[in-house]
Design a protein around this ligand. Sequence first.
Ligand code: SAM
Length: 281
Amino acid sequence: MSRYEPVPDGADSSDQTTSGIDVNHPHAARMYDYYLGGKDHFEADRVTAEKALQSWSAVRTGVRENRAFLGRAVRYLAEEAGIRQFLDIGTGLPSANNVHEVAQKAAPDSRVVYVDNDPIVLSHAKALLTGTPEGRTAFIEADLREPEKILTHPTTKDVLDFDQPLALLLVAVLHFIPDRDDPRTVVRTLVDALPSGSYVVSSHVTPEHDPEAVHGLEESYCTAGVPAQARPMEDFVQLVFDGLELIDPGVEIVSDWRPESSGPRPSAVEVSNYGGVARKR
Ligand SMILES: C[S@@+](CC[C@H](N)C(=O)[O-])C[C@H]1O[C@@H](n2cnc3c(N)ncnc32)[C@H](O)[C@@H]1O
């Protein structure tokens, strides 16, 4: 596997050779990394991210709170729900509290399959493929819009046992699947493949609390060729959780989903991301 070193902040990336990585157009994974203060982004990512920040100055708060929600949800599943298998689609670049780290800390025999369609995530997969000797972690480069390919991929079949409950993670990824790509069929195909007792974790950007800012963000992404569609709570719930049993407290602004400290939390306007966890009966 080749490793591609990103251009440092401020450098010109136009003459870089890549391993299938298009540095001249922004990518969601690298923009997310930029918001999170990581180092794996290029000029095109930074320019579009800065435009998005001009519209919605609190993006970083939303991103950080989303990442913390992901950690709490995985901890809940591993510690309280007894889940040992995770299919994480739209993994993102390695960051703090990657899914396998959180899950295997609670249950070392946890197995995780990571899926992302951005080759730069693949180039960093080594960092995701560490883990406990008892557990397993694997990575597939695949597109969420082709769920059958993910489900029938030899790695998925090798690492995950679809006769036992597992968790499907669609965290901060469905807003990159606009309605024209039929996200409902995508989600249904994945959920239908889960055995009873499985869980679905998802979060999604919403325009409800700060429409102007979030629509400005959508526009910055779409203009730069990154399809993005924020959805109100009702559409998000129907898209992902229809027919599933929502775990308490239901769908909430991500920072309000089972917070672990009683300290002050950012407002819904700043966070503008809903999240929830549901169980398949
Ligand atoms: C905002 S990041 C979320 C990362 C992580 N799930 C989290 O919540 O911290 C979205 C990720 O989804 C990936 N992604 C976007 N569209 C995708 C698609 N159609 N198929 C697979 N991955 C996709 C991006 O490459 C990026 O890594």
